[in-house]
Design a protein. Structure first.
Length: 442
């Protein structure tokens, strides 16, 4: 059934995001890992081999739009079903209608936004119709479907993970909005590339947010004759982010991550949290920050507190799974922990020392005693001869040489007396004393 407009409705009265909703895969921005040429989801759609599926990803990445494109491509009836306003009664009514359509050869795609909001009984109501093929179910969720969708229903659906749009994808989308007649193509708009990039950064992966910000910026731009000019001041006014917006690839980006890193190293949790907030509120990718914190956990803390790496990795996973704004508190927890825990750069120093020797001595042979000997020839050549399996010895130690001859006696790791590393220092001293004593007895 065609949707009819009244005489009083104007197409340009719709929000920009609605006017620019992609009509086919060629107009869709982002998700190249699924929709690029030859990629799995594109092949499924173009080959009309659609089965029930679930789109999992953050807001504004095109889950609903993609479902509509699939429906248009497959000539199927599209039913948009709300998990917020619908109950089992409404589900059964829609299912019965779809079943009648199936008998006449009509495909029905049932799109359920926020499918995780349905309870178990509501989700179970879909099962028989999915199994019979009365409907092709496409669910969309911002939550992990492994936890939020019934196992029986999930097993009958392919899960596709949609990613937050990158800054380049969003900038390209914004340029498209300015030139497309459904957007602002009929107007004269002047907006520098750096401002488009600012909007893309501010949107933090959300296409709908990016288009809404662009629309507000153009509607509030400066009029010079019949030309609309968008300035940095315009963006600052409509986003209330005057001092926070910055180019994630420019100098300020590196200044702020440096400030965070050095504040944690200097054991200043207040400064560290401030710089963290500056970056997140400016639209920095939380995954980038989480990567840097994870690096810090080993570079600046290391064995002074081995738990630091566990906490950093946990924060990284939280950022990856739930994104902003929820993950801000996980990063805060990690940043405070990194700031107040004991520090040691001994692991980083050890690697840099070893790296210098490794680069200068790339051809140093591995001692025969610790070479693997999977073949008869290798054994005949002496590979693994004299190898001592530490677990077979009372002290779990041997005097076996593991460094190349030219590096015997070289020391890279020098533990500090900070935090838990003092235990490693004591243990290492015991090991060295044992080896020295037993080497002299040989």
């Amino acid at each position: 059934m065609l949707e009819q407009r009244t005489l009083f409705e104007r197409e340009d009265a719709e929000p920009l995001a609605a006017r620019l909703r992609p009509r086919n895969l060629d107009e869709f921005f982002g998700q190249k890992h699924l929709l690029g040429e030859g990629k799995v989801l594109r092949r499924i759609i173009e080959g009309d081999k659609i089965s029930s599926m679930i789109f999992w990803g953050p807001p504004g990445v095109g889950k609903t739009t993609l479902a509509r494109i699939i429906a248009n491509r497959t000539q199927a009836k599209f039913i948009d079903f709300s998990a917020v306003t619908s109950g089992i009664k409404e589900i059964k009514q829609v299912m019965e209608e779809a079943e009648r359509g199936r008998r006449f050869g009509e495909k029905t795609i049932l799109f359920i936004d926020e499918i995780h909001r349905f309870n178990k009984a509501q989700q179970d109501a879909f099962l028989p119709y999915v199994e019979k093929g009365s409907i092709i179910l496409i669910g969309a969720t911002t939550e992990n479907p492994s936890f939020e969708v019934n196992g029986a229903l999930l097993s009958r659906c392919k899960v596709f993970v949609l990613q937050a749009l990158g800054t380049e994808d969003l900038t390209e989308l914004l340029r498209h909005a300015i030139t497309d007649e459904r957007g602002f193509g009929r107007q004269k708009v002047v907006i520098p590339d750096e401002i488009l990039n600012t909007i893309a950064v501010f949107a933090n992966g959300d296409a709908r947010s990016a288009l809404s910000t662009l629309e507000m910026a153009i509607l509030n731009g400066e009029m010079q004759g019949d030309t609309t000019i968008v300035t940095q001041e315009t963006i600052e006014q409509i986003t209330s982010k005057k001092s926070l917006l910055y180019d994630k690839t420019g100098e300020e980006h590196y200044n702020l991550i440096s400030a965070l890193h050095k504040s944690m190293r200097n054991s200043d949790p207040d400064a560290a949290v401030y710089w963290l907030a500056r970056m997140l509120e400016a639209g920095e990718d939380p995954i980038y920050i989480a990567r840097r914190v994870t690096r810090f956990a080993s570079e600046d803390i290391g064995l002074a507190d081995p738990r630091a790496l566990e906490i950093a990795v946990a924060a990284f996973e939280a950022c990856r799974l739930i994104g902003m704004p929820e993950c801000s508190v996980h990063l805060t927890e990690a940043v405070i922990y990194m700031s107040v825990t004991p520090k040691s750069n001994a692991c980083d120093v050890a690697y840099m020392r070893a790296k210098q020797d490794a680069l200068g001595m790339l051809a140093e042979p591995v001692p025969l005693v610790i070479r693997n000997a999977p073949t008869k020839l290798m054994k005949e050549l002496g590979y693994g001869k004299g190898y001592e399996y530490a677990h077979d010895f009372e002290d779990k130690l041997t005097t076996m040489q593991c460094l190349p001859d030219s590096l015997v006696g070289k020391e890279y790791y020098t533990p500090t007396e900070e935090g838990a590393e003092v235990r490693f220092k004591t243990r290492l001293e015991e090991i060295k004393a044992w080896k020295k004593e037993h080497s002299q007895k040989k």
